[in-house]
Design a protein around this ligand. Structure first.
Ligand SMILES: [Fe+2]
Ligand SMILES: [Fe+2]
Length: 474
């Protein structure tokens, strides 16, 4: 299934055979381009960036690398190959053929799911738009831009569904995607974490590790959807998401490596000495980790959710790897353990599995997050440094769900408001932490050179050396 690049909008959905849809999307395209110019990567319109472009949805379809000016990136519409005879894998419609059109009774729920997912995509581009000014290397700058253009493409993916399947309200929702903006007090993005600023590269690497990983879990459960076009769109988006999380994981790893090297050189773990030497001390890194992890946990929503249950029973949104789970895929009588606050304790309660569908996805996510920490901790150990990164307790610093109104320490103790106020500076980044990290953010743009606070990557991109000129300025 190769992609037709001769069209204004590259696609593998036969767009030229649907003139009405093609015209509607071609009318949206200039608005998108205007948005990219105004709120996409700042000052970078004219750079030549060594980017990867999808030319087909097959595994070898990624082989296309070359210099592109970002506004010339061929944003397009790609769906994974259809699965012959696909049936709905879960819920009340289990075993029925997957829907090729939107079922009337689920129209507004489905639209809400697509809009909520779609809204996060341009949001992250907006959040990251100033980072190019302070890149730690050309390699990192290129990866930032690669992620940005792909998030732009993810917006296209959702906008295509809205235009193709939701008529007039779909078109209005597509327009609104470009009207809400990250952190805008009047028209904010839909979800909290997508209104937080990404003020520096440490925040960015943790965002791509933790928040893009939420994206992975949302997309994976939408990839199970009974609405086949949504499932196929999300399957393809997941292949792009993997790279974003790679950037996050290796970015944090390289920061840790650099810090540990300097700790050994100076024979110290004193934060002030390490900071003076231009690296980020590990306790500061842990505080930022605590922040990004906890705001990303909120993205999974309420622990017990009737919406979540409805999305599942109606076949709109499945569980992670739904088809690999060995159960009845209806969850009529099943239960799921959920942690809840009770007095001054946190206790485990068996709850209806249907209501706990969000919590189950959060559980899967937490396991996945821990894997990266294990690898980071191995790196620390390799340097003989005595420190371990921990994921804070899931109840820590939550704004959504049953723990939103209580204070919980990173190790999972309910604490009083007083204790929280006394200790929070050890648990979450302080204004001084932010100021210190911001002070490190001096741009490094000579090929192969790295900022003081980050080690070089293990290898370059697509067989190129680390010294390759991944971005050319003019
Ligand atoms: Fe995305
Ligand atoms: Fe992403």
């Amino acid at each position: 299934m190769s992609v037709n690049y001769s069209e204004r909008i590259p696609n593998n959905v036969g767009l030229s055979e649907n003139r009405r849809l093609q015209r509607a999307l071609e009318a949206w395209q200039p608005n998108y381009m205007r948005w990219w110019q105004e709120l996409g990567p700042e000052g970078a319109l004219d750079y030549d960036v060594y980017l990867r472009t999808a030319i087909s949805v097959e595994t070898d379809g990624w082989a296309n690398f070359g210099y592109v000016k970002m506004p010339d990136y061929r944003w397009g519409i790609f769906l994974a190959r259809p699965e012959e005879g696909r049936t709905i894998a879960f819920g009340d419609h289990r075993g029925e053929p997957a829907w090729q059109e939107v079922p009337g009774e689920y129209r507004s729920s489905l639209r809400r799911l697509i809009v909520t997912q779609g809204d996060t995509e341009p949001a992250s581009v907006e959040q990251q738009r100033h980072l190019g000014r302070t890149c730690p290397s050309l390699y990192d700058l290129r990866n930032l831009f690669q992620i940005n253009v792909e998030e732009g493409r993810h917006l296209w993916a959702m906008v295509y569904l809205l235009h193709a399947y939701f008529g007039r309200d779909g078109r209005e929702e597509a327009d609104a995607m470009l009207e809400r903006h990250a952190g805008d007090p009047d028209k904010p993005r839909i979800l909290g974490a997508f209104n937080e600023p990404t003020p520096h590269w440490l925040a960015y690497f943790l965002f791509t590790y933790f928040t893009d990983r939420d994206g992975k879990y949302q997309l994976a459960s939408l990839a199970e959807s009974g609405f086949d076009p949504l499932a196929r769109t999300c399957q393809f988006m997941l292949t792009e998401e993997a790279h974003h999380m790679f950037v996050g994981e290796t970015g944090v790893m390289r920061i840790i490596q650099r810090t540990c090297e300097v700790m050994r050189e100076l024979q110290t773990d004193a934060p002030e000495r390490l900071r003076a030497a231009g690296v980020i001390d590990l306790p500061t890194l842990q505080r930022f980790l605590n922040f990004h992890y906890s705001v990303s946990l909120d993205l999974f929503g309420q622990e017990l959710s009737t919406n979540g249950a409805t999305y599942f029973t109606t076949g709109l949104k499945g569980r992670y790897h739904e088809t690999r789970i060995a159960d009845d895929h209806c969850l009529a009588n099943a239960t799921w353990p959920v942690l809840v606050p009770q007095g001054s304790a946190i206790v485990r309660e068996e709850q209806p599995a249907l209501l706990a569908i969000n919590e189950r996805l959060r559980d899967d996510y937490i396991v996945d997050c821990q894997r990266g920490l294990n690898r980071w901790n191995k790196e620390i150990e390799k340097h003989g440094v005595d420190m371990v990164f921990n994921l804070p307790h899931r109840a820590f610093h939550r704004r959504i769900g049953m723990f939103a109104d209580v204070h919980v320490s990173p190790d999972g103790r309910m604490v009083t408001a007083d204790e929280w106020a006394r200790q929070a500076h050890q648990w979450l980044p302080t204004p001084e932490d932010h100021a210190f990290v911001a002070s490190l953010m001096q741009p490094v743009t000579a090929p192969g050179k790295m900022a003081s606070w980050i080690a070089p990557p293990a290898r370059g991109i697509h067989g190129k050396s680390i010294e390759y000129e991944y971005v050319r300025f003019h």
